[in-house]
Ligand binder design. Structure first.
Ligand SMILES: Cc1cc2nc3c(=O)[nH]c(=O)nc-3n(C[C@H](O)[C@H](O)[C@H](O)COP(=O)(O)O)c2cc1C
Length: 189
């Protein structure tokens, strides 16, 4: 019988921490969780305070089959989440990444759980920006992104198209399959 073993998928068996920040595109995050899990990845979600205005922890908890992390000062267990999550994950994907989250990461801030985990993390980070066309084109955002690339972080998107604010422009969260393809490529390196 011919060897019919499929080539191992790079995401299969990987532990992915999905950071979700305050963009309207956060409504797509539960579907991304579903697609990552369908590829064999374990997913934990980290939701910013403003991310939770756009997608509920209950939805993310249900689709990820894991606790959703939101509060750095959660005293319900003894673990320091910003350290234990950075130890746990093989890769961090931030989708959607707001302009402000990108700015915090570029500055090396550690005031909230997302930026603290990323600051403590020494593995691969994939950032998927989503924002208004003006925010995307702003030189401050461009500079923040150039800095993060210099620090070795990876980017997917954004795409051009219709934005939530009604204009056609750049800043749309890239297609979820592009996020998966980019994650595959990064994990295969
Ligand atoms: C309806 C609405 C939609 C928004 N969409 C975006 C967005 O797509 N991208 C973005 O960078 N900011 C967006 N913002 C602004 C962010 O939510 C705001 O900058 C927030 O502080 C980001 O918080 P976080 O990065 O901690 O999640 C939006 C705000 C509102 C009220």
């Amino acid at each position: 019988m011919k060897n019919q073993r499929k080539k191992a998928e790079p995401l299969s068996g990987r532990k992915i921490l999905l950071g979700i920040s305050g963009s309207i595109a956060a409504y797509k995050a539960p579907e991304l969780v579903r697609l990552l899990r369908a590829r064999g990845a374990s997913v934990k979600c980290l939701l910013t305070v403003n991310g939770a205005r756009f997608v509920t922890p209950l939805t993310l908890q249900t689709v990820s089959a894991n606790k959703v992390y939101q509060d750095m000062f959660d005293s319900s267990d003894w673990e320091m989440d910003h350290i234990s999550l950075s130890d746990w994950a093989d890769m961090i994907i931030i989708a959607p990444a707001s302009a402000d989250a990108i700015a915090r990461l570029a500055c090396g801030r550690a005031q909230d759980l997302l930026s603290s985990v990323v600051l403590a993390f020494d593995k691969k980070v994939l950032i998927c920006p989503a924002m208004n066309d003006g925010m995307w084109k702003n030189p401050a955002t461009k500079r923040n992104i150039a800095l993060l690339k210099e620090y070795g972080m990876y980017f997917a998107g954004p795409d051009k198209g219709e934005l939530a604010c009604g204009v056609i422009g750049s800043g749309r969260l890239t297609d979820l399959n592009n996020i998966l393809r980019t994650a595959d490529t990064i994990l295969s390196k």
